[in-house]
Design a protein around this ligand. Structure first.
Ligand code: G3P
Ligand code: MG
Length: 242
């Protein structure tokens, strides 16, 4: 049965990567999980945000990594979104984990280490997952496959997804060689004939980002995709028939 993950929270209707968008997944959808993105502040705190720059989603500017957590907490998130929402700030990983442990949702944490590698982010994250006892609820993904290798070294049983945006040949062999639990690809590659079957042959699942319309969701399901990572988990639930 295909699973549904809410991309950056319920970001189709609420400001992405905010506690509001995460809480709404639990309150208003039938999603199985949440996908979110993490970065590291100047003073080494893990925070939840997609962009390296503050400009698009907050009322701040410049690089996130050049600000301390105290400075970042003064900013508002979602200033680009139409609608009236309670003021949101950049969530910390700790804030999120405090909430996550009150739910049964799985979380796919995407480590945004492709532009800046954020040395030590993997160690910090794994230590925090263990501290909160969330080993079963947290999965990991990154476009930087060296990050995935570091996660696997720190926690061999970790469920890791290799993010990709390319037409990789022999994807099943490659993903298996990395000890991956999943390949998380842009939709076009998930639709390529044979890709899902190749992965399944290796016991690896396929996650697609970011199908936001029903027709594409159905095509992905028909192609054998295991998880839809979407801004609209409500639409995905209808397509799947929940
Ligand atoms: O993890 C899937 C997807 O989030 C990857 O792309 O840019 O939305 O983080 P992006
Ligand atoms: Mg992401």
């Amino acid at each position: 049965m295909t699973m549904i993950f809410a991309h950056r929270g319920f970001s189709g209707y609420y400001p992405e990567n905010t506690m509001l968008a995460f809480q709404k997944v639990a309150e208003e959808t039938k999603a199985d999980g949440i996908e979110l993105d993490i970065q590291l502040t100047k003073d080494g705190e893990i925070v939840i945000m997609h962009d390296e720059m503050l400009d698009r989603t907050t009322n701040g500017s410049g690089l996130l990594k050049e600000h301390t957590l105290e400075e970042l907490k003064m900013l508002s998130v979602g200033v680009n979104i139409k609608g009236f929402f309670p003021r949101q700030t950049i969530p910390t990983m700790r804030e999120y984990f405090e909430w996550l442990k009150t739910t049964k949702l799985i979380t796919n944490i995407e480590l945004k280490t492709s532009i800046f590698e954020y040395e030590g982010i993997e160690e910090k994250l794994i230590a925090m997952v263990k501290e909160y006892g969330l080993e079963e609820q947290v999965w990991y993904s990154s476009f930087n496959h060296y990050t995935i290798a570091r996660i696997k070294k720190l926690m061999p049983e970790a469920k890791c997804g290799l993010l990709m945006d390319t037409w990789l040949v022999n994807v099943g062999d490659y993903a298996a060689s990395q000890g991956a639990a999943s390949v998380n690809s842009r939709s076009y590659f998930c639709l390529k004939e044979g890709v899902a079957a190749d992965l399944h042959k290796h016991g690896i699942i396929l996650q697609a980002w970011t199908p936001n319309d029903e027709e594409l969701m159905q095509q992905l399901i028909d192609a054998g995709t295991d998880i839809l990572i979407t801004n609209f988990p409500d639409k995905a639930a209808k397509v799947i028939g929940r």
